[in-house]
Design a protein around this ligand. Structure first.
Ligand code: SAM
Ligand code: SF4
Ligand code: SF4
Length: 368
């Protein structure tokens, strides 16, 4: 068989990531800023049953929106093959996302296939899932049995009216709370709760959310509203900086005092804070006000098989063609390795120069 390596092509520009050389899998692959490849986020669908105003506003994602046809989606076999080669290059954590990942039929089958992948150091892969929680109660047991480690559940408010205004699809807080309770009971913990804070919309819910989850097995993480995609009409003055969130909690009462914690590992997205009274922690994800690009070890695989080296990338690199053209493993593996080696993304660090200039990919397409 020929040892020629086929370039990964960007379908829009046909720009190849050439020149190519065979790159062997050693379990350590560094990008141009010396960041190792460690995390793979896999989007399994571009569809969602919610219409969160900051992610899939109904005015854009209506019945005319051109969702991907089923034939464009990577199959579970194609996803697993891609993941297997990336694990051999050092990926040790896989997050399934979307769109709403639980809308993808038989997702537990994919989890079981990923669970069976060998790792270079023989340690088990960390496999997690981010979900809006609506279908979690009915799927949690199957996912756990298939080998899923943990789930992160998105919940933006405790007040039903505010939550419904944010998800714009009439889902109630009670449905999500039930989902995360079942996930916890099935052993998919520690369950993390993601709350995106948008000024003037749900910032008054920060304290009720923090109080609700304080002292429980659930860890709340407050996320700065980000300028992902092009459809949410993002404005900087709608962001509540994490520093303000901390001040708000510290100023609220004696039992909400927080102390910063050291990161668990390099590249951890959330800054962790512990309650001074020992009743657990909360996390702050400050991707707008405090860039964490220097430790970013994440690669994203879109629903239709494009690799993105940054959440804010405007171009992805097509691996589906390679998967479907019967390239051998070495060709595919080397092409993906080369893409990572050339990576120099650090969008959040240079956001102030970039915002609004380049077209960006939607969060619902690429996953969080
Ligand atoms: N549907 C699933 C969910 O909502 O958990 C998974 C996909 S969703 C795109 C992943 C995460 O991205 C969610 O926690 C969501 O709140 C977050 N997200 C979406 N749009 C965002 C934005 N503009 N800024 C910050 N976080 C955002
Ligand atoms: Fe759907 Fe998640 Fe986006 Fe909300 S944040 S619209 S639940 S993909
Ligand atoms: Fe990683 Fe890009 Fe986010 Fe920076 S902006 S942390 S490089 S995904």
């Amino acid at each position: 068989m020929s040892r020629r390596i086929i370039p990964i092509l960007d379908q829009r520009t046909n720009a190849a990531v050439t020149p190519f050389t065979a790159i062997s899998s050693t379990g350590l692959l560094l990008d141009s800023l010396q960041r190792p490849l460690r995390d793979l986020r896999i989007s399994v669908t571009d569809r969602c049953n919610f219409r969160c105003i900051y992610c899939m506003p109904r005015s854009v994602f209506d019945q005319h929106y051109p969702y991907l046809p089923h034939s464009s989606l990577l199959t579970f076999e194609e996803i697993t093959r891609t993941a297997r080669l990336l694990v051999a290059h050092g990926v040790n954590k896989i997050r399934l996302t979307g769109g709403e990942p639980l809308l993808r039929k038989n997702l537990e089958r994919l989890v079981a296939m990923l669970r069976a992948l060998p790792t270079p150091d023989g340690l088990p892969l960390d496999i997690t899932l981010t979900t809006n929680g609506a279908l979690l109660a009915q799927k949690a047991r199957l996912l756990k049995q298939a080998g899923l480690n943990r789930v992160t559940v998105s919940l933006d408010a405790l007040d039903d009216e505010i939550f419904k205004r944010m998800n714009d699809a009439d889902f109630s807080v009670a449905e999500v709370l039930h989902g995360l309770e079942v996930a916890h009971q099935e052993g998919l913990g520690p369950v993390k709760i993601n709350m995106v804070v948008k000024k003037g919309v749900n910032d008054q819910q920060i304290l009720p959310m923090a109080r609700h989850f304080k002292g429980t097995p659930f860890t709340l993480r407050l996320i700065e509203y980000m300028d992902v995609g092009a459809s949410n009409g993002w404005k900087m003055d709608e962001v509540v900086p994490s520093a303000e969130v901390i001040n708000q909690l510290n100023a609220s009462s004696a039992d909400m005092q927080l102390i910063p914690q050291a990161a668990n590992y390099p590249g951890e997205t959330a800054q962790r804070w512990n309650y001074r009274d020992g009743s657990g922690e909360i996390g702050l994800i400050s991707s707008v006000t405090q860039a964490f690009c220097q430790d970013c070890t994440r690669l994203r695989l879109s629903t239709e098989g494009k690799l993105y080296t940054c959440l804010f990338a405007s171009q992805g690199y097509d691996v589906r063609t390679l998967l479907r053209e019967q390239s051998d493993d070495s060709q595919l593996s080397s092409a993906m390795a080369q893409l990572w080696q050339q990576r120099g993304d650090r969008y959040s660090e240079i956001r102030h120069q970039q915002t609004g200039l380049a077209p960006k990919i939607e969060m619902s397409y690429i996953g969080g």
